[in-house]
Structure formats: structure tokens, C-alpha cells
Write a protein that binds this ligand. Sequence first.
Ligand code: 5GP
Length: 202
Amino acid sequence: MVWGPSNAQNSFEPLSAEPIVAVLIGPGGVGKGTIARRLIESDDHLWLSRSWTTRPRRSGEDGSEYRFVDRETFEAAIDEDKFLEWAEFHGNLYGSPLPEAPNGADVLLEIEVQGAEQVRREIPDAVVFLILPPSMRQLEERLRARGDQEDHVALRLSSTPEELAKGHELATYIVVNDDIERATAEILSILEGLRRLRRGPS
Ligand code: 5GP
């Protein structure tokens, strides 16, 4: 699959300057979304992909979280090869459109594990961060604190063991979200290190 910055056809950058594709995975409630937002706020070189989903908007969501579409629209986009990856998760479709990051920007995806497996196949040197909760109990408490219905909490927890098992297979780095600022700083510093490695000292 061909993908790249939106003006990639005009730029012939050396391989070592290829954008980093960073993928955040981890069980629901672990804080991936918050970490993703903080990473973007702190790192001007990082561009966050906006996913499409067929799931209904939750109360409290303002519509910026996803591009909310119906199943027909989503399936048409699959047929047109518009996604870097997509997956069905608890009955809803989620997908990352082929990235259109500004030239030179690194790409951040916040997705579930089936999607991360596809990204790994397409982009073998994608960097996968598995975010873990300090304990399973805290994960459960965080899901409840989000205001999710009890049956939804149970559903999300039911897939956690599989998400964690696949997540460990895919992970390049494992980051424990014991403190949101610390976890974000850890990822930022790993990304900085990778940039130095891939692009040399600036
Ligand atoms: P939620 O419905 O709670 O917003 O998201 C459910 C799960 O879907 C989360 O694990 C989230 O990371 C994941 N997700 C969000 N966007 C995408 C995407 O574009 N592709 C895939 N594969 N998963 C996604």
C-alpha cells in the first residue's frame, strides 16, 4: 500500500528522513486518548490521525473525536482503499485514513490491536507503544469513572486479556500509565531518541 505525506510525490527525501509512525495501543480506559492529546500538544513534529468510526457519538463528545459516519459510508471507503488500517471492535467499525500529515511530520495513531497488526504489516518499522494500567483494578475503576454503563464496562473488560496478549506481541515499547505526565514524558523522550537515531544529530 502506498501512503505518505500529502505532497510526497514532490519530495524525494532520503529513507532515513521518513516519518516515524507511532502507534498507541492498550486496553480501553487505560488513558491512550489523553496521552495522545498531550503528545500532540507537547510535540510540534507529531501529527495525530483522526479516525473514522461507525459507533454513535457518546454524550460529552463534541464530534471532533472521530469522523462519525454510517456503515455504508465506511464500507464504501474500505472499497476505495482509503484506510491504512481498519477493524471491527465490539460491533463498530474504526479506521485510520491513509495519513495526510504535513511534510516531515511524524504520524501518531491511537488504535486497537487488530489495526496495529495491520499497520505493522504495512509499515514494519512502525513504533508500537503498549500502554498498560498500573493494575487491572485501576483499569476497571477508570472505565467506571468515564461514566460507561455497567454492561459496557463488562464488555470492554471481557476483551482486555486478548488485547493485552496481542499487545505484548506487537509492542516495541511498554509504558505504564501510572501518572499521565510521566507516561507522556517517557513517550516523548523515546520519540526524540528515535528521531536522533533515524535522522542523525540536527
Ligand atoms: P472508543 O469507542 O472507546 O472511542 O474506541 C474503541 C477502541 O477503538 C479504542 O481501543 C480505540 O483506540 C480504538 N480505535 C480508535 N480509532 C481507531 C482506528 O482508526 N482504528 C482502529 N483499529 N482502532 C481504533
